[in-house]
Design a protein around this ligand. Sequence first.
Ligand SMILES: [Zn+2]
Length: 442
Amino acid sequence: MSVAAATSSISSVPIYSADWILPVEGEAIADGAIAVDGGRIAAVGPRDELGEGERFDGAAILPGFVNAHSHLEYAVYGGFGDGHPFDEWLAVHIERKARVGIEEMTAIARLGAAECLASGITTVGDASFSGAAAAACDEVGLRGIVYIEVFGPGTAQIHERFEAHRDRVAGSLSDRVRIGISPHTVYSASLELWEAAVGLGLPVMTHFSESELEVEWIRTGRGPLESVRPHSIRELAQHGLLADRIVAAHCVHVDAGEIALLAEHDVAVAHCPRSNALLGCGIAPLRELLDAGIRVGLGTDSPASTPSFDMFEELRTCVMAARARDRRPDAISARSALELATLGSARALGLDAEIGSLAPGKRADLTVVSLAGSSHLPWEDPVGAVVFGGSPSRVALTVVDGTERYRRGTTQWHELIEEARNARAELLTADPASAPAARAVP
Ligand SMILES: [Zn+2]
């Protein structure tokens, strides 16, 4: 749709304008505006042509961030097991998770969804233990694919976990909140379970090569991680189980052959640099993954392994880690990082026809970031200003499907925060032996 064609028909639709529009696809527009109609973007162009609408001074309007890998249900797990080796950290996580039931998991996921909106995130690819993330996304207004996790030997969990949790949250599913499945890893879900999960034809999320411990275990059969007979990315390929609807989080310790397999089968990668750094797992070979033509998105993972759902911190860590790893200042640009966190993640999740950039016809998912009062103004490079100077406290507005879901200074989540805090208290103090069996989530 041309700007001129759109102008005559947008007089009554919401318009937002700012110093800059950063469409991600296409060049930045100085003194720009965006018109929203019926949940979709009607037009993007100069303010002079579209009108001012609601004006944000000292701000940029960009596509809502797409968080390619999260666990909303761990929003209050911050600090658990910090500083411990990967296996011990995981053991603390699993033991504490067993202390709460579905109500607490939903309360925690609601806070996670709210914190995403406040960070300018409009879509998540969420690996969900209980499916509670689907209810949370639905209620709070976030877009998401919620991948219900399955574990263990055999295929029993397709019925016992996936179908049970999917059926429980069926009322929360919509065009905005969709369901997927997540065979957790190659060492915690058997080949048979992988076969059954991939065979469902749904979007798939998993974790590949996150830690050296798991790589060593897969290679030698020895190590502290115990669950099912470990298999490998190569074995998945041999069994025809790599596909373009799979998103693999982490991929820190993938070798050249594995990168080639991911590229050959068009498996997408969710790059999680803060999580990988905080757990001491390493720095993923971002440049190699991109150069191989792999679809790469950016993910915050969860506060269980990063301190927050802060996508701005993730952007900066992405840039700094890639440059430090490769010892090259051009390993990744601010512009490329912003693309990873928006259109790149949308491509990874298979949603790029609908979201990820500001283009007429796409869903109206956007965020307004104010740099007013910061050292980044007057503007030189608006993308650099947002990437290096942005923060959740600078997010003025987040819109999903044309609906305002977060407005700084106005949106209040008092009850939601209180319930999540109570759930964290349960995680810290409950005696698992005394937990009513009825509360346990299988
Ligand atoms: Zn994860």
